[in-house]
Design a protein around this ligand. Structure first.
Ligand code: 9MR
Length: 383
């Protein structure tokens, strides 16, 4: 899908890389460095997750990184039910409004994360004033009101939504969340019907999950999507989170997984990419409810924030392999979003081992670029 515009950009970008390679790394050089978004122009959007501090301050170094490198953005927590609407009738809208303004001002595609998720949802959502669990109809109505509120306040700016997050277990069974217990096994279907009726026409509605290479989960996702399409249940895209580590899943597994998901005919969004450099101990998943392990010198080798260059290059190679694969599938991939901007923002500093200093993203904690950043940009420029 390389058009003349993106070719020109790539050539300009390549020239800038050569210029920057010939000079010392001054701030001016960094500012001129070709952005990730230019390196992948014409292939897919490149996004990052932002937080409330970043969207409130245009001069935050991380905000500047977003403007330079990314053309899509997602808030990490601000739209989750717990943050957004912690009690009935109480809304926390500063960060969401700042996000809408920031993305609009900077021509960045805004992603809504997330309408319905079993986690980070306050108890009151599922209960009546007496503390009893709601009926199916009452919960569906509450979900509808949330979608209506989003449409009313953010419909002009946010046109892509993670509608349901993580509702399928590793073994492919429906997660027995309160949504599932109260509504039944058609919870996901009902969520998409409501989102379709309430969000602005043309909004992209995504089913989003982690561990998409797990055979049980991917089989259910594919079956569900095909069933939805056959029965006219409105779903528009599949979100592959991409919380991966250095060796899991393998490139071959990701490759066949992307092919299998794309065979549904829906576009794919890689929604939450990061590479857990330090590893997952004995399990592989992004289930935040799992028991946390303890940091030790063995599993926390760089506690002071100094990531050695050879490790940085290893990380860059892993990312380069993954981005080469994304390019192979680019006709089916609409967006690739990193879950954070710098290492300091990553949830992987707290999971699965509490208190580790992890190095999963392309920018160091002080907002300086890693070697891995240029390696990912180079992959884009070579295509
Ligand atoms: O990045 C989010 C982190 O700040 C929160 O503490 C955490 C709580 O669950 O959620 C993180 O984001 C998650 C996302 O919303 C859904 N997929 C897994 C992400 C990482 O846990």
């Amino acid at each position: 899908m390389l058009n003349r515009f993106s070719l020109n950009l790539s050539l300009t970008a390549a020239a800038l890389v050569i210029i920057s390679a010939c000079t010392t790394t001054t701030q001016a050089t960094l500012d001129k460095q070709v952005g990730l978004k230019e390196a992948y122009a014409g292939k897919f959007l490149i996004g990052a997750t932002m937080n409330g501090t970043m969207v409130a301050n245009n001069n935050d170094p991380k905000t500047k990184i977003v403007k330079q490198h990314f053309n899509a953005a997602t808030m990490d927590n601000a739209f989750k039910w717990e943050r957004f609407n912690p009690e009935p009738g109480i809304y926390s809208l500063d960060a969401p409004h700042n996000f809408a303004k920031f993305t609009n001002d900077n021509n960045i595609t805004a992603i809504g994360h997330v309408l319905f998720w079993h986690s980070q949802t306050p108890d009151w959502v599922f209960k009546d004033a007496q503390g009893n669990l709601l009926s199916r109809d009452a919960l569906l109505q509450r979900m509808r009101e949330r979608a209506q509120f989003m449409a009313r306040h953010f419909g002009d700016q946010i046109k892509i939504w993670d509608v349901v997050n993580e509702a399928i277990e590793d073994d492919g069974s429906w997660r027995k969340s309160l949504y599932n217990q109260i509504i039944g096994d058609d919870f996901i279907e009902q969520a998409f019907i409501i989102a379709n009726e309430e969000l602005p026409a043309g909004s992209t509605k995504i089913y989003n999950d982690y561990g998409m290479t797990r055979p049980g989960r991917v089989a259910t996702v594919i079956k569900m999507v095909n069933d939805f399409k056959a029965r006219g249940v409105p779903i528009d895209a599949i979100g592959v989170q991409g919380h991966w580590s250095m060796d899991e899943p393998t490139i071959a597994d990701i490759d066949s997984n992307l092919s299998a998901l794309a065979a549904t005919g829906l576009p794919l969004h890689v929604t939450e990419l990061d590479i857990d450099y330090l590893g997952r101990e004995h399990f592989f998943s992004a289930n935040v409810d799992l028991k946390k392990l303890v940091a030790t010198p063995e599993n926390n080798p760089y506690p002071d924030g100094n990531f050695p260059t050879d490790a940085d290059i290893k990380l860059g190679k892993r990312y380069a392999d993954i981005f080469n694969l994304f390019l192979k599938h680019h006709q089916n991939i609409d967006r690739v979003t990193f879950w954070g901007v710098t290492d300091a923002d990553s949830w992987l500093n707290g999971w699965p081992v509490a208190g580790r200093t992890n190095y999963p993203l392309l920018f160091n904690s002080d907002a300086s670029p890693k070697a891995a950043l240029q390696m990912v940009i180079d992959v884009g420029l070579q295509h």
